[in-house]
Structure formats: C-alpha cells, structure tokens
Design a protein around this ligand. Structure first.
Ligand SMILES: NC(=O)c1ccc[n+]([C@@H]2O[C@H](COP(=O)([O-])OP(=O)(O)OC[C@H]3O[C@@H](n4cnc5c(N)ncnc54)[C@H](OP(=O)(O)O)[C@@H]3O)[C@@H](O)[C@H]2O)c1
Length: 255
C-alpha cells in the first residue's frame, strides 16, 4: 500500500457499513479519501475519528445523492478543483429494496438501477476521464459487487437486486476489456461478498427489523472490516497483477 500514500481515492457510500470501513482503512494507509453519501454528518464523525486516531491520511466528507447525475458530476468537478482528480475509485454504495418481480414497485427497481448500476457506471467513467487527463496510468477502479452477482438466490426479495449485481459483474469485466483496448495499466476489480453485518439488511427489510436482525443472527457473518481488508489486498498487489474478482462468503453461509 506504500505507493498509494498521498494519492486520492473516492469511496461512495462511506457513511456506514462497508464504505465506512474501506474509507477508514485507506486513510489509515495514508490516502486522501473523498467519502460521499447523503448522510454526510456520519462521514464527518468518521473523519474526526480518523484524525484523533492519528492516521496519516485524511477523510474529506462530501454530500452526494448518487441517484442524481448532477450531484455526481458536481462532486467530480469539486474533486478536480480541490484535489486535482481521482486515482482510485471504490464504487461501494448500493442497496436492495424488497420489491419482487411479480409485485414490486417500479420506483424501488428504478432506485436500485440508479444507485447500483448507473451511479457506479457514471463514477467509473468520470474517474477514468480524471485519470486520463492527468496521465495517471496506474489507477484502480474497484466495484463492491455481491455473491448475488454470481447466482440467483431463491428469494423473491432479492431477485431484482441480484439482477443489478449481475450487471456489476458484466460491467467490471467490460471495463477491464476497455482499459486493455485503451492500452492503460489502470486496473478493474470487483469484490463479491456474501452476508456482511451492516445496515444493509435493516434498510432492505425496513418494515421488518426482526427479519433483518435474523439475517445477521443466523450465522457468523462477515464484518465490514473483512471487505476493507480485501480492498487493501487488491490495491496493494504489484501493478502488473490484475485481480478480477474476490468472492468471499462467511464460512457458515450455504447459498
Ligand atoms: N451487507 C451485505 O450483506 C452485502 C453483501 C454483498 C454485497 N454488499 C454490497 O456492499 C455495498 C455496501 O453495502 P453495505 O452492506 O455497507 O450497506 P449499508 O450499511 O446499507 O450502506 C450502504 C451505503 O450506501 C449509501 N447509499 C445508498 N443509497 C445512496 C444514494 N442514493 N446516494 C449516496 N449514497 C447512497 C449509504 O449512504 P447514505 O444512506 O448515507 O446515503 C451507505 O453509506 C453495496 O453495494 C451492497 O450491495 C453488501
């Protein structure tokens, strides 16, 4: 991770869960991290914690609703003005709504597409353009995918969500191919976790907190820090190593 000291990383969805753990880990490794989400107060609190812990990097909170393209473009423009550009982009923000294919609301589906697929693609494009205009040839784009991007879980609650994560699998490999065609050494990786104990299930089953709690009580789940460790592992590999996907489940997870 030594070579990333002082470099700029964008982490989307840095207010809680996996994104907060990833932002903290990168700041600990000396990176300048722009953390974005809607609940910017939580990122401000995390930034203060990183500072009092004496980490060598900094966390810069940025309020952004990723379902709105103008918000994303303004954020990239602010990063360009204040920090020159993005060297590492961690597309982490994502969510599931409980909207089955036979009865779900279109708004819920649209929000999943907007955040899980479109925002990830817009951030990827803008991060690449930022690297290109500064001749950054060693950047890295990491998508937080899911095991749901590799098999369809037999649960109507998750079918549309799985479809968005299958898209992330295709987008990560498509990105890798386009980066090769462009003859850059910028890397594209996705990390595909199974169940991680975060706010995710409580947001997913927001009308049924007991169901959400049961998800995390059923087995010993992954922790957000486990995913942050995978991120620093893939970032820390030598520049000629291109890791395509890291699939990781809790040992006790069956599906
Ligand atoms: N937890 C799991 O079991 C699990 C498993 C596999 C994959 N994943 C993936 O891991 C990623 C992170 O999930 P998590 O478990 O950390 O979930 P989480 O605790 O619910 O956190 C989700 C993050 O996404 C942000 N976000 C959601 N909608 C947003 C929007 N419109 N604009 C900006 N930020 C938005 C949230 O910030 P604000 O609400 O503050 O805006 C929050 O920081 C997701 O892509 C998820 O699909 C999670």
């Amino acid at each position: 991770m030594e070579r990333w000291k002082g470099r700029v990383a964008l982490v989307t969805g840095a207010s809680v869960g996996i994104g907060a753990a990833v932002a903290r880990a990168l700041v600990q490794h000396g990176m300048k991290v722009v953390g974005c989400a809607r609940n910017v107060d939580k990122i401000e609190k995390l930034a203060a914690e990183c500072q009092s812990a004496g980490y060598s990097g900094t966390l810069i909170p940025y309020k952004c609703d990723l379902s709105c393209e103008e918000d994303i473009l303004s954020m990239f423009s602010a990063i360009k003005t204040l920090h020159r550009g993005v060297d590492v982009c961690i597309n982490n923000a994502g969510l599931a709504h409980n909207e089955p294919l036979l009865s779900g609301k279109t708004d819920g589906w649209r929000n999943m597409i907007d955040v899980n697929v479109l925002a990830l693609s817009i951030c990827t494009r803008e991060a690449y353009q930022s690297m290109k205009e500064r001749n950054v040839d060693d950047g890295h784009i990491i998508n937080i995918n899911s095991m749901g991007g590799h098999r369809v879980v037999p649960s109507a609650d998750e079918h549309f969500y799985c479809a968005t994560k299958y898209a992330v699998t295709a987008l990560t490999e498509g990105l890798r191919q386009e980066l090769r065609e462009a003859k850059t050494h910028i890397r594209a990786t996705c990390i595909s976790p199974g169940i991680v104990e975060t706010e995710f299930a409580f947001r997913h089953h927001n009308s049924d907190p007991e169901k959400a709690a049961a998800v995390y009580e059923s087995i010993k789940c992954l922790k957000a820090q486990d995913i942050a460790s995978a991120v620093t592992y893939v970032l820390g590999t030598p520049p000629h190593v291109q890791i395509g996907d890291v699939q990781m489940r809790p040992v006790e997870q069956v599906s």
